[in-house]
Design a protein around this ligand. Structure first.
Ligand SMILES: O=c1nc[nH]c2c1ncn2[C@H]1C[C@H](O)[C@@H](COP(=O)(O)OP(=O)(O)OP(=O)(O)O)O1
Length: 183
């Protein structure tokens, strides 16, 4: 099938194309859905997918990905506000805040929302790691700061990142559900 991925983030699309290579086609859709103010990634993603599905003509299913980086020592900040923090202060200044903390544990969480004529479903994936001084030049967003098993996500190939990442795990949940729901 063709999966219509509603996002302006090319990094997310690259990871989806790698994950579903040879299985499904990923089509990137630009639709400016309302990012509701909420501390729940589920609500944000669910609302975005529903709104986009209903605004489009036809019955093509769509997916929306809402992701956040949650830092333990900062009470989960920036969490659902991760895009805002990246756009305003940037990851270098965010690192200067995080490096003051003794406990540098953090977690990425992705909620993928799928909407079609039958309703909306959400799928979640997360990965725990450690914040470090930025390293590597792959990936996107906060990847250079996030270390997992000795490597930052920026030092991994897309395939390696997908194998352990929040998003890769959410894709896995979705793919399993989708396969068991096909007519
Ligand atoms: O795997 C990732 N590795 C590192 N950083 C990441 C990742 N995934 C999202 N991020 C960053 C991008 C943005 O600063 C925020 C999520 O924001 P989020 O609203 O989900 O995405 P976005 O605004 O970039 O694109 P869009 O809403 O069009 O899909 O965390």
């Amino acid at each position: 099938m063709t999966i219509r991925f509603v996002t302006g983030n090319d990094g997310k699309v690259r990871e989806a194309r790698e994950y579903f290579e040879g299985i499904d086609t990923i089509e990137q859709i630009d639709y400016d859905y309302t990012e509701i103010q909420s501390d729940s990634l589920e609500e944000i993603a669910r609302h975005g997918a529903r709104e986009t599905f209903e605004a489009r003509e036809g019955d093509d299913p769509v997916i929306v990905d809402d992701t956040g980086l949650f830092v333990d020592a900062l009470g989960g900040f920036p969490g659902p506000y991760s895009a805002y923090v990246e756009d305003t202060v940037g990851i270098e200044r965010f690192w200067r805040l995080a490096r003051e903390e003794e406990n540098r544990r953090a977690r990425f969480r992705t909620v993928l929302a799928y909407a079609d004529a039958d309703g909306t479903e959400t799928f979640t994936g997360s990965v725990a790691g450690t914040l470090v001084a930025p390293r590597g030049d792959g990936g996107f967003g906060y990847d250079p700061l996030f270390e997992y098993n000795g490597q930052t996500l920026s030092e991994m190939s897309t395939e390696e990142k997908n194998a352990i990442s929040h998003r890769g795990r959410a894709f896995g949940e979705f793919a399993e559900w989708y396969a068991s729901n096909e007519d």
